[in-house]
Design a protein around this ligand. Structure first.
Ligand SMILES: NC(=O)c1ccc[n+]([C@@H]2O[C@H](COP(=O)([O-])OP(=O)(O)OC[C@H]3O[C@@H](n4cnc5c(N)ncnc54)[C@H](O)[C@@H]3O)[C@@H](O)[C@H]2O)c1
Ligand SMILES: O=C(O)[C@H](O)COP(=O)(O)O
Length: 528
């Protein structure tokens, strides 16, 4: 998967330390800056990873064209220029470098607040135009004014501490930060409706997501104090620009500091040209220090992925890290294999229920990961999309497969013989239902039972396996063996389970991956 990425396309001005680190670690790096859309579509299919900043629009069509792509790296924070849903569907990992540009974005925000309070940009332009106007540019002190911070994450907090040193009272809102936490960094929390009328300045530090789109709109602006000043160094689109222009024209809004725009470069020149608007061309992260940090952060994460490790910047696969943990490796493999076998046993086309139960303290917290691994195995034959740990939950949901996870002290099917750590996979569809129990011994994957019929000892799941079901009253073992031996397949080993409900299961390990079994019994084959 992502541990065999080699070729990286960098489509924007990312600090050269990124390519340097990547090359030193064996990646082939290509810098192609300023590609047209068509060039990007043509180029992206040649690489297994892509690194962007905010200008490259990695839309669904780009992702669809990128048939070899495994990782998209964002040298920065916001990923709203990447269609993360499309990437997930295609099994592509999206990672970012959050934190590397926090201080730069926070500092620019503070500069905007200070500049708005003292009209620095306008006064500078006036002086450069040859005027000496000391009346128009009378400002106001920040001491004692109230700054409302929307979004109390990395940047919001840094802005708070810096503006507190100007003597500002800082209030804020963040649905994920409770008031008792925000007060520890000097921000009194309020619900939004209470917050708007208290603010002299508002600054926004939230991601652009559906609930934050146009969160500053006509209605919100009407609830603010007359003359409120607004700063947006987060994302264009969080402020409704038409509403902001109306509020500036009516003087309900006394000034705006904008680094980001609904469309970049912006086309709304009336807003940009407004005398109370100060603006910068998306420069929040544009400092030498931030650019070095994010470039280094993203490159080092690529190196870690290559080594098969997890990374902190994962955006679209919350359980990905668990799949990279060495201790989970063989359990993940076991569940993929049991999932594959279950897919062969359950032939019904009806909607599938998959119930994954873990046993033993070792596996207590691993249900989700093992559930996803089971889905990967179960769907490996059916998905034309290339199934992996990133897209399996989404594709399973779309295929109507329901996954539930349990932890049990005793796996019912094992009847007391179950190893202390084991996984049970039950797959139901229509009238069919099969239960498999497996365990691991080091790197060896073992099958303990099928449909409550236990193998003693548990059987290795490796090589070419033929799995059959026989009635307990018939001595079919020999006949089956004969049948297999007569074909091109030579049997290496065979095992028959204890009976359960008058049925036994047999596993044959054969030399040949394909055998034809003449017996009129249920049988299937699996290569592990
Ligand atoms: N201008 C730039 O160049 C620049 C640079 C860096 C970051 N950014 C942008 O700044 C924003 C913040 O970055 P960050 O690193 O602080 O992110 P972060 O994830 O650390 O913080 C974002 C916070 O917003 C909160 N939030 C989400 N929805 C909210 C809502 N509806 N109301 C209030 N709060 C909400 C989250 O709970 C989170 O705490 C992002 O949009 C990022 O893309 C811009
Ligand atoms: O979200 C971010 O990290 C900033 O918007 C920076 O974007 P940039 O990398 O294009 O400067």
């Amino acid at each position: 998967m992502v541990n065999n990425i080699r070729s990286v396309l960098i489509s924007e001005n990312v600090d050269s330390v990124c390519a340097k680190i990547l090359r030193e670690n064996g990646f082939e790096v290509t810098n192609k800056i300023g590609m047209t859309r068509q060039e990007l579509l043509d180029e992206v299919k040649k690489y297994d990873s892509l690194i962007v900043r905010s200008a490259t629009k990695v839309t669904a069509d780009v992702i669809e064209a990128a048939t070899s792509l495994k990782v998209i790296g964002r040298a920065g924070t916001g990923v709203d220029n990447i269609d993360c849903d499309a990437a997930t569907r295609q099994g592509i990992l999206v990672i970012n470098a959050p934190g590397g540009n926090t201080l730069s974005a926070a500092e620019l925000t503070c500069c905007m607040v200070v500049s708005l309070s003292r009209k620095i940009a306008q006064a500078c332009a006036s002086l450069k135009a040859g005027l000496w106007d000391r009346k128009t540019y009378i400002g106001e002190e920040l001491q004692g004014k109230t700054l409302a911070i929307i979004g109390l994450g990395r940047i919001g907090r840094e802005v708070a501490s810096r503006m507190q040193s100007f003597g500002m009272k800082t209030i804020g809102f963040d649905p994920l930060v409770p008031p008792e936490e925000s007060i520890t960094f000097g921000v009194e929390s309020f619900q939004l409706d209470q917050l708007w009328p208290k603010a002299d300045y508002i600054t926004i530090h939230v991601p652009l997501i559906p609930p934050t789109k146009h969160m500053i709109n006509d209605l919100v602006l009407s609830k603010c104090r007359k003359g409120v000043k607004i700063v947006n160094c987060a994302r264009g689109g969080i402020i409704d620009e038409d509403a902001l222009l109306r509020a500036l024209e009516s003087e309900q809004c006394g000034g705006a500091g904008l680094d980001v725009f609904e469309e970049e470069p912006p086309k709304n020149s009336t807003l940009l040209q407004h005398s109370k608007v100060i603006c910068t061309p998306h420069l929040g992260a544009s400092t030498k220090e931030a650019q070095k940090r994010v470039a280094e952060e993203i490159a080092l994460q690529f190196v870690e992925l290559l080594k098969g490790h997890s990374v902190p910047g994962i955006v679209n696969a919350p359980t990905f890290g668990q799949f990279q943990v060495a201790d989970n490796k063989y359990w993940v493999k076991l569940c993929q294999t049991l999932g594959k076998l279950a897919d062969k046993l359950v032939t019904s086309d009806e909607q599938k229920n998959v119930i994954v139960s873990t046993r033993g303290a070792l596996l207590e917290k691993k249900g989700t990961v093992l559930g996803i691994a089971t889905l990967v195995g179960l769907m490996s034959n059916t998905s034309s999309n290339g199934i992996n740990f990133i897209n399996a939950p989404l594709l399973a949901k779309e295929a109507g497969i329901k996954l539930s996870i349990h932890h049990k002290e005793v796996l019912m099917s094992c009847d007391g013989q179950c190893p202390s750590s084991a996984v049970e996979i039950k797959v139901e569809a229509g009238n069919e239902s099969h239960v498999l129990v497996g365990t691991t011994e080091g790197s060896v994957l073992l099958l303990c039972s099928i449909d409550d019929a236990c193998f003693n000892p548990c059987q290795p799941l490796q090589g070419n396996l033929v799995v059959t079901k026989i009635d307990d009253d018939k001595n079919l073992e020999l006949e089956l063996m004969k049948s297999l031996m007569t074909g091109e397949a030579c049997v290496r080993s065979a095992a028959i389970s204890a009976p359960f409900n008058e049925q036994r299961w047999c596993i044959f390990n054969t030399m040949s991956p394909t055998v034809s079994l003449k017996q009129p019994v249920f049988w299937t084959q699996l290569m592990v």
